[in-house]
Design a protein around this ligand. Structure first.
Ligand code: SAH
Length: 260
């Protein structure tokens, strides 16, 4: 029995967070529970498996984003559809393409974008507080952005002196972009600058590593497409407890105003 009549559909574009359902927001959970159809790729569907039993599931694969966007819109004419993306759907995710196709079709289907915990904040939390104030994020994926543009933006981002978060640091198709980014970082930052490497934040296979820009060559093997890299800013430092490295702190500046 269809649960909704024609023209009473709805489309949710949901960021489901970095991994465990513990990182899914209450709003995302409610939208998923209300939905008739869930669309996403396997990794994301697995992530929310416990919440979507009994619903119609449409699995799609990487590289079929436009098809997936069209399909979700088509279905949401008469049903409640959730399109799921990892992290936040509006950050290197599916939200923009769905909204672009929706706008092109001028169909007036109600749509709601639901925020999620993005990789930058998930990785930052596991490292302590490396972001704290201003920071920049860049994706090193050249699938949709030409490498020359990425290179120009890397210079701009590192020249700001703030921490820089790198999404999509490496994949089989583009193994060299990460080394290029580190070379550019080295032009603007000291060798002692802390670098945090977080793989599979809040999901199976989680690994957290803290190194420095000068030593990054040795850690490069750890970096892959499941990893987020945070390069510290001019004021970032390694957070220690005795000899133990706990993570990275970027002071917000309280030390300039208060004694503690
Ligand atoms: N929309 C997602 C980002 C998609 S781009 C978000 O908001 O988080 C894919 C990149 O995100 C990966 O290459 C990796 O750099 C980062 N990423 C996503 N999930 C991650 C996780 N659980 N741990 C570490 N990095 C992650």
């Amino acid at each position: 029995m269809p649960s909704h009549d024609n023209r009473t559909g709805m489309l949710y574009i949901i960021g489901i967070g970095p991994g465990s359902p513990d990182q899914l927001t209450g709003q995302a959970r409610e939208a998923l529970l209300k939905s008739d159809v869930i669309i996403g790729n396997d990794t994301y569907l697995e992530q929310i498996g416990s919440l979507i039993g009994g619903k119609e599931i449409i699995r799609s694969s990487m590289g079929q984003e436009v098809e997936r966007a069209k399909r979700s819109i088509e279905l949401s004419r008469s049903r409640i559809v959730s399109m799921v993306s990892g992290g936040d759907a509006g950050i290197y995710g599916m939200a923009s393409i769905v909204l672009e196709v929706l706008e092109h079709e001028q169909s007036g289907i109600p749509v709601e974008v639901i925020p999620g915990v993005t990789a930058a904040t998930a990785a930052a939390s596991l490292l302590g507080s490396p972001l704290s104030g201003d920071f920049a994020t860049l994706s090193l994926s050249d699938l949709l952005t030409p490498i020359e543009v990425i290179e120009r933006r890397l210079h701009a981002a590192f020249s700001m002196g703030t921490p820089v978060v790198l999404y999509n640091p490496k994949s089989r198709g583009r193994p060299h972009n990460f080394a290029l980014a580190m070379e550019i970082a080295g032009k603007y930052r000291q060798a002692a600058t802390p670098v945090g490497i977080v793989k599979n934040a809040y999901r199976g296979g989680e690994e957290i590593m803290v190194t420095t820009l000068g030593e990054i060559g040795r850690a490069e093997g750890k970096v892959d497409m499941h990893t987020t890299v945070i390069v510290g800013g001019e004021e970032s430092r390694i957070w220690r407890n005795g000899d133990d490295v706990k993570g990275i702190i970027t002071p917000r500046g309280y030390h300039r105003k208060y004694l503690y």
